[in-house]
Design a protein around this ligand. Sequence first.
Ligand SMILES: *Cc1c(COP(=O)(O)O)cnc(C)c1O
Length: 395
Amino acid sequence: MSKKLIYLDNAATTKTAPEVVEAMLPYFTENYGNPSSVYEFAGISKKAVTESREIIAGALGADQSEIYFTAGGSEADNWALKAAAEAYKSKGRHIITTKIEHHAILHTCEYLEKQGYEVTYLDVDETGIVKMDQLKKAVRPDTILISVMFANNEIGTVQPVKEIGEIAKEKGILFHTDAVQAFGQLPINVDEYHIDMLSSSAHKLNGPKGIGFLYIRKGVKIRSFVHGGAQERKRRAGTENVPGIVGFGAAVKRAMETMEERTRKEQELRDHLIDRVLKEVPYVRLNGHRTKRLPNNTNFSFQFIEGESLLIMLDMEGICGSSGSACTSGSLDPSHVLLAIGLPHEIAHGSLRLTLSDETTMEDIDYTVEAIKKIVERLRSMSPLYEDFIKKSAR
Ligand SMILES: *Cc1c(COP(=O)(O)O)cnc(C)c1O
């Protein structure tokens, strides 16, 4: 590709790392056996699946028997909620979650509401952090599950997961966290944080698309998600995605080995981007928490601007960003996350998410800031709202 490409949409998906692809390749070509078969040749596939499971479990402080592979983060979220709801319905039918979850959680909750479950959607403060007093008050005798994401995919806010886990544990309620954005970027230990279930997806941490897992703590009652063969200890049938699983293991190994240095570098560039935009562009705000945020996440709202126009013009400069989450893009409703942190519709519409990778350079960031400055000025010069505002403030 000759055109310049500055990819700043790593919250939507990431590049599969070359060493991950390399680890996967033999499982398409020479080692194609079905892990369930009995002969020695298939044993190679079976062993590779087990090794990946061990790498992943080790990264979370879990046991390998607690890792269940799925076809991605959305499936893991669906499974966690639907299966816990069914398995614990004799105890109650009340679930607590937040207003800023990914749609894989929110739409599953809507489905469960139609099945007769009651869901409390917690508010967040203006930085996107769950209101703990509200959480404590929301707990009822019939509450069976608390599901709060580890870190938000749009504004990057990291939740006080340990405190939430402690409350859940104290009240004897299951705690699920969607860690799709956090796993590989932040250290996570399921025991320390009292996590009972955790969702993850490989393509958000330089692994392949279409493979994820659900961690389920030993002793948690859970129903099978896909019925059929005996794979994944009879809980999720279907021949294993062996290359995907191998790639996921390789991606997690890489993420754990590089975490400290990689996230330090990303954070430095992130802060440089934030500082420059806030200083050099007028009428802009940073969404999310200044420090309790993912090391690679930035999210801005530019007044008097349509996020979609900004995105299109950035694209013409070779810069890939997002105006919300990938699922919100293309629809005209402003992001539910930005509304939940209290942004008015017109401000939420002018939002831009830029998410970095370990390949992002200082040069990329400076080029991007210059492009933003130029585009924002141009778009505002065409905006009657901005013209009005300037006239009024001149008076
Ligand atoms: C991407 C994402 C998902 C969905 O994962 P898929 O593997 O794409 O299905 C769920 N939750 C969060 C927070 C995400 O960022």
